[in-house]
Design a protein around this ligand. Structure first.
Ligand code: AMP
Length: 572
């Protein structure tokens, strides 16, 4: 039986107070801590020997942690951090693939009252430097290979980064100056740890996201977010005690933390974590061999599976699956139907973003899917469509089918509590009693929400949110580049790819060699995820008279669409 059987009934009887009671709180009334809810309360009870996390290494071997094993490992980690003298609220960053050390670090950090900030391992040195700098990272946990390739050269520009803990070969680590050996410290640390007193409003997680302008923003989440992680796991992902859950997301993205680490653990269920990148045959064999029951993935992955075709999955027994969900980008209606044909299960789209901390709008197992729709708001969540009036006032659109900005009523537990050190940017997200999401959407007469597009210029490529300004800034550091304008160009698999328009300094002429050089330059700095896939040379990057790059014009030209209002275009 699905957890959410009758949508209206659950919405009517829902309250956050009741949702809070599904969690235990720290013993002795010492507050609320995500890691306690995720690990220790199960390790102390009937689930102590239940499998919590099964890691599949690239070669496919499992590394298993029961709940009690995970408690011991995360206690050691908390002791390591406390031994390094970390004060409450200080930031611990991780730059690693999906390896056990990353997950243990996340939970150990929370136990010690520190703030965990995961970085994508595919980032190049520039995004890493910026985020560590903005977030004032005190500790970084990474691998020997990533350290040598991406971090070692940055150390002098990051004076606040006191300790770097490396995972890898001990002999190699001993040769590297200014670093510590992760496993050596863990081996010396005790398995006993008492979680520090934690208020529900204490900072727990820092997730970087991007806007149209400026540098990345650190969205701050508190320990109380666990109430929403747990509740949404129950209603939107339908967790039941015997489930084997596989969230394919990387913890570098908020999905990989909220649902790749926290929510399944708070329910005491088993999670599968695969270290390798996408490969259709590998994925189907994981579902088959691990008897995965709930699968949470992303549209780009679904489209890649669709490209491989329906014959490949037929070679596998995928009968353990009972629920599939997807998030992060628009899920094409064909993908929903393809799921039904291929797995005998439709793919349930749901919507949320870094700032919301957890799923806000979803298609539920008990409700018919409207292919192409993101679904209905979770119990406890009020979503609406709003429009900004010319005088700045916010009008709530009640009429169905009308496009506007998707907005949410503030107050749910996993709502971000600010952008680190950027109060102004945070305040700008709220108006007329709503949190404005930056997405355009419409709601149909039955309350289902339909995604229309972004209200700003950020790019979604293979599920990654990319700020054009970050890419433009990196390109402009190349001596040949005068100006750069960056857009998302539609792509059948990735949703969008990053495309840069570049004008050159007077002395340089466009040529293939220079294009390759710029592509390589950007890739080295930004990493494969963020760097442009295409570069086009243009004489001038169109700008407004006040100097803002007109990315919308670049996009319209790219797509052969009408150019719209160009009255503010600077004529050069
Ligand atoms: P991020 O903060 O990186 O998770 O990106 C959040 C953004 O991804 C949202 O604001 C949307 O633009 C997009 N997004 C997330 N889920 C969906 C969905 N189900 N359909 C369409 N777009 C989505």
């Amino acid at each position: 039986m699905p957890n959410l059987r009758n949508y209206e009934t659950e919405r009517d009887r829902f309250s956050w107070e009741t949702a809070r009671r599904a969690l235990d709180g720290l013993p002795g009334g010492r507050g609320l801590n995500i890691a306690y809810e995720a690990v220790d309360r199960h390790a102390a009870g009937a689930r102590r020997d239940h499998l919590a996390l099964r890691f599949l290494t690239k070669r496919g071997e499992p590394r298993d942690y029961t709940y009690s094993g995970l408690r011991a490992a995360t206690n050691r980690m908390a002791n390591v951090l406390s031994g390094l003298g970390l004060a409450k609220g200080e930031r611990v960053f991780a730059l690693a693939g999906r390896i056990p050390e990353l997950y243990i670090s996340a939970l150990g950090t929370l136990k010690n009252g520190n703030v965990f900030c995961p970085l994508f391992s595919a980032f190049g040195p520039e995004p890493i430097r910026q985020r560590l700098g903005i977030g004032d990272g005190r500790v970084l946990i990474t691998t020997v290979a990533f350290y040598k390739r991406k971090v070692a050269d940055l150390r002098s520009s990051l004076p606040g980064l006191r300790h770097v803990l490396l995972v890898g070969d001990s002999r190699e680590i001993r040769e590297i100056p200014q670093v510590l050996d992760f496993h050596e410290l863990m081996a010396q640390a005790s398995e006993n740890f008492e979680i520090a007193e934690t208020s529900p409003d204490d900072l727990a997680l820092l997730h970087f996201t991007s806007g149209t302008t400026g540098m990345p923003k650190g969205a701050m989440h508190v320990h109380e977010a666990v109430v929403a992680h747990h509740m949404t796991g129950y209603f939107a992902l339908d967790f039941h005690p015997d489930d084997i859950f596989w969230c394919t997301a990387d913890p570098g993205w908020v999905t990989g933390t909220s649902y790749g680490i926290i929510a399944p653990l708070t329910h005491g269920i088993t999670s599968i974590i695969d270290e390798a990148e996408f490969d259709a045959e590998r994925w189907y064999s994981i579902v088959q061999n691990q008897r995965v029951t709930i699968w949470y993935t992303a549209p780009t992955a679904v489209r890649m599976m669709m490209r491989v075709g329906t014959e490949v999955p037929k070679k596998y027994d995928l009968g353990s699956l009972r629920f599939i969900a997807s998030v992060g980008e628009p899920l094409n209606p064909e993908a929903v139907v393809w799921g039904q044909r291929t797995f005998g299960l439709p793919i349930h789209d749901n919507w949320w973003q870094t700032e919301t901390g957890g799923i806000m709008i979803a298609n539920y197992p008990a409700l018919a899917i409207r292919p192409g729709s993101m679904g209905l708001p979770l119990p406890g969540i009020e979503a609406g469509i709003v429009r900004r009036q010319p005088d700045g006032a916010i009008e709530t659109v009640l009429e169905p089918g009308v496009e506007g900005e998707l907005a949410l009523r503030p107050g749910w537990p996993s709502m971000f509590r600010g952008y680190l050190n950027e109060e102004q940017r945070y305040r700008k997200c709220f108006a007329g009693g709503w949190y404005l999401t930056g997405d355009l959407a419409r709601r149909d007469a039955d309350g289902y929400f339909w995604f229309v597009g972004r209200a700003d210029d950020v790019i979604k490529s293979s599920g990654h949110l990319i700020g054009p300004f970050e890419v433009e800034s990196a390109l402009m550091e190349h001596p040949a580049v005068a100006e750069a304008g960056v857009i998302g160009k539609p792509d059948p698999t990735a949703g969008e790819i990053v495309k840069a328009f570049v004008s050159l300094k007077g002395s340089r002429a466009p040529c293939e060699e220079l294009r390759d050089e710029l592509l390589g330059f950007a890739r080295k700095r930004l990493g494969a995820v963020v760097a442009p896939k295409e570069i086009e040379f243009i004489a001038n990057v169109p700008k407004t008279r006040s100097g803002k790059i007109m990315r919308r014009l670049l996009k319209a030209r790219e797509l052969g669409l009408p150019e719209g209002d160009t009255s503010t275009l600077e004529l050069s």
